[in-house]
Design a protein around this ligand. Sequence first.
Ligand code: TPP
Length: 720
Amino acid sequence: MNGFTHAVTDQQELDEWRDALASLVANAGPERARQILDLLAEDASAAHIDWKPRHGTPYINSISVTQQPAFPGDLATEERLASLVRWNALAMVVRANQAYGELGGHIASYASAADLFEVGFNHFFRARNPGFGGDLVFYQPHSAPGIYARAFLEGRLSENDLSHYRQEIGGPAVGARGLSSYPHPWLMPDFWQFPTGSMGIGPISSIFQARFMRYLQHRGLQDTTDRHVWGVFGDGEMDEPESMSALTLAAREGLDNLTWVVNCNLQRLDGPVRGNGRIIDELEALFAGAGWNVIKLVWGSDWDALLANDTDGALVHTLSNTVDGQFQTFAAKDGAYNRAHFFGQSESLARLVEGMSDEQIDRLKRGGHDMVKIHAAYHAARRSKGKPTVILAQTKKGFGMGEAGQGKMTTHQQKKLDREALIAFRNRFQLPLTDEQAESLSFFKPAPDSLESRYLHQRRQALGGYVPSRGQTAAPVAVPAVSGYAGFATAADGKEMSTTMAFVRMLTHLLKDNALGPRIVPIVADEARTFGMANLFKQIGIYSSVGQRYEPEDIGSILSYREATDGQILEEGISEASAISSWVAAATSYSVHGLRMLPFYIYYSMFGFQRVGDLIWAAADQRARGFLLGATAGRTTLGGEGLQHQDGSSHLTAATVPNCRAYDPAFAGEFAVILDHGMRQMLEHDVDEFYYVTLMNENYPQPSLPDGVEAAIIKGMYRL
Ligand SMILES: Cc1ncc(C[n+]2csc(CCOP(=O)(O)OP(=O)(O)O)c2C)c(N)n1
């Protein structure tokens, strides 16, 4: 008994129900069928029969052959291009390791993701250009070699650059760019937009970038309609808490400007990790449960005929009951083995492949290696309304690496291929290389007037230019004079207040400034009241994509809780990972949207560097600009709440981040100087740095600042 059939004693009764559904679909169409199924589900619930539909579906493609659109490109040329990119990526990593054994790098991840990327590059990933802000693409980090190899074919990187993979210091000395191991906007600021090397950070960042685009739109700051966020991630990467923690937010916010492609090669670094399970089923249930549109892209076109001939359901049954560890073994073995051990499991299965050679069985593609199926999935994702989409694409890790790596346990770390393996790879992908060229790992770039080159450029021109590409230009924003918003602090004259209170007062003033005010993005993780910011709820509103659909309990109060579509505060709830990702989206807006924004994320300082330090590090890598405010800092603050709220160490961590300017001001006037300086650096002088400033909770007398101490405060010490 498998998961998709039910125990029935009366076959005729079962057949009648199934026939009724089949005729409904045939005569009234799928929409009507969906309505009736919804109605029946409601009736079942009303009758308390304790049944609801499963989140799982059989292990086949969500998009049927008849729903699949015609492939809009020249498939043969695209496949040849993909083969060339594969080769150059492989050659780059193997050459680097031949030269320096310790350089590392990865081949197998890109080998499995190559077609997923190529369809994106040829048909979907749109570049920024003067009339359009461009799509945002998050690249799986270990696939970076493939992205460099494509940029080489596009003429954006040279052979010399490719020869300096992972050699950022040695490369420039001989006129080459050193190529960073993983996407890294600090090291390659005109190329990579988002750092993704630390797993989990790309996924959550992509959600908050998509949400921030909506925020800009709703607040009337920029038209972001039609721009899309794409993220290609690993199935193993989905284990990270950051990957999964904002899924419901993406669904709640109806982020149909977001598509994730999860490369399900069923392996991670050590092996399948959960080889007894089925990652695609697991992820389908999780994403569907969170409210995403789930598209399963499991099998390639050559399975269509097999599935059409699977009249007794044996094939679907077997596919739906094979665990990942076993699928990996099938991936690593040849056609004869698969005939014997997969199709040999029953007579029905064996019959399906009777007319096929072992070679043909060996070549049966998984969905994530079939450009026609990939295109159909991406096309459907772009048309999804009201929900983000995840495409669960089944691939083989190390696809095409044959004996040397395909489906092997050790393939993640495979960096060397011998002569035989290189020639086999050349043959497998019909590369125009002699034995000698294959063995010597020659890079190959088709001539500028070749069909391949012309096609490649034509496709990119149709999509607005080349990606990845990072922008840096955005008009400056004038910063008001410090005396206007912080005179009360610089000339405090012994008045008692906490530095937190002083910050909130300055923020409240700055929000009223015509030029700067709208660019400010206050961000909290359910702690605004703690820091005395409740007055801002009414003044500038809390951002909500749907406005306020309820009457707030405190509606009569002048400080009432106000949500609005053009609300300015981002209230992220109790998720520091979300709040910091939200901050990063605003803090990189100058580059991603060409619009300088100024985010202030205020939080208990213990829940910053200590809790989400890696996200802060990634913010630094992507040249974020904004303020992080570690409130309730210091060993004396909130003593009654115990050590959890007594931070004395966040500055130690902050000091390890090179482009983070960290300050621990004692007085409100000092804070004003730091705020003024930071705003001018980031908004006027275009400097890629961000500020971490700790704030105190205690009220104490604040002195007026002596004259002329500003520069010394910024340096870190002055005479009081
Ligand atoms: C936070 C973090 N932990 C661990 C790693 C080390 N690491 C790099 S790749 C990898 C496996 C990735 O597997 P998967 O996401 O399935 O991608 P694949 O390469 O199989 O496509 C691991 C554990 C990392 N890069 N980041």
